[in-house]
Design a protein around this ligand. Structure first.
Ligand SMILES: [Fe+2]
Length: 281
């Protein structure tokens, strides 16, 4: 491209030939007079518009393309699974309702960003991991069964269903002694699930649970009595060592510190300690 003496943009024969060639268009600079700003050829602009439209379509296609599972986009499967789980868990409280699932999702996404793992499998496993909690099904754990039913209903690929059900069947704290080895995705889900027992949420859940079963939070002078306070030492402060991932350990460490601060303040206000009886591990 060059400029003529009047400052008008002008394509040379060579540059126009190259442009046509780059656009994949037919045409020859010998088809007519050189194009100038004042002698525009409509067929050239039509061809250029078609090329630009095609390019734009290509770009937008790249932008919106998502993995598909049996014709349904993965994000749609996750959305439908989420809606179904939310419906089934409606009314479940004491730290095991859908609010728990949403918090586990937040932690799982945070861990996944550091450790990797298939986000589709992780999202589904988190959504479904408590859908058939034994506490709400006469003591029988049915999460794996329900997960399989829900995903089958959505026509999810069998390989994905098996991965998700394996995680759901093996993340529970109660099954830790008999659980099968977890995949990377399962480790992410398990860490995220355990994190929800710690920190400010862990304190609230412990108090809520105690209130729901009529258990005191603290029994003065009897540290071995069954209480919310004792639950921290019996279970919660042991969770950090059970974390699978570095990210999980780091997040649990922060939450532990907050719980210790709370417990020490609680004891101080009860006049039971001027020191730090709930020492760091
Ligand atoms: Fe859970």
């Amino acid at each position: 491209m060059s400029r003529d003496g009047r400052g008008t943009c002008q394509f040379t024969t060579r540059s126009r030939s190259t442009l046509f060639s780059n656009l994949g268009l037919r045409g020859s600079p010998n088809d007519g007079p050189h194009w100038t700003g004042r002698r525009q050829r409509p067929e050239f602009f039509r061809a250029l518009a078609v090329a630009l439209l095609g390019f734009q379509t290509l770009l937008s296609g790249v932008e919106v393309r998502k993995p598909e599972v049996n014709g349904m986009k993965s994000e749609e499967i996750v959305a439908r699974t989420r809606a179904e789980v939310q419906r089934r868990l409606a009314g479940q409280g004491a730290g095991h309702g859908f609010d728990h699932v949403e918090r586990v999702l937040v932690s799982a996404r945070r861990i996944q960003r550091e450790t990797g793992g298939d986000p589709f499998v992780i999202e589904l496993a988190v959504l479904l991991h408590d859908v058939g909690d034994a506490k709400f099904h006469d003591g029988v754990e049915r999460s794996g069964q329900f997960a399989r039913e829900i995903l089958n209903e959505l026509d999810v690929d069998n390989a994905v269903i098996e991965k998700v059900v394996h995680i759901v069947d093996n993340v529970s704290f109660r099954k830790r002694s008999t659980a099968a080895a977890l995949s990377l995705e399962g480790q992410v889900v398990q860490d995220a699930d355990r994190l929800d027992a710690l920190g400010a949420i862990g304190i609230v859940r412990t108090i809520e649970y105690g209130a729901s079963v009529g258990q005191p939070f603290y029994v003065a002078g009897d540290p071995t009595a069954k209480s919310g306070f004792a639950h921290f030492g019996e279970k919660l402060f042991k969770l950090r060592d059970l974390m699978n991932t570095q990210a999980g350990r780091h997040m649990s460490r922060q939450r532990e510190e907050f719980m210790r601060t709370f417990l020490n303040q609680f004891l101080a206000e009860c006049g039971e300690s001027q020191e730090s009886p709930v020492a760091d591990a």
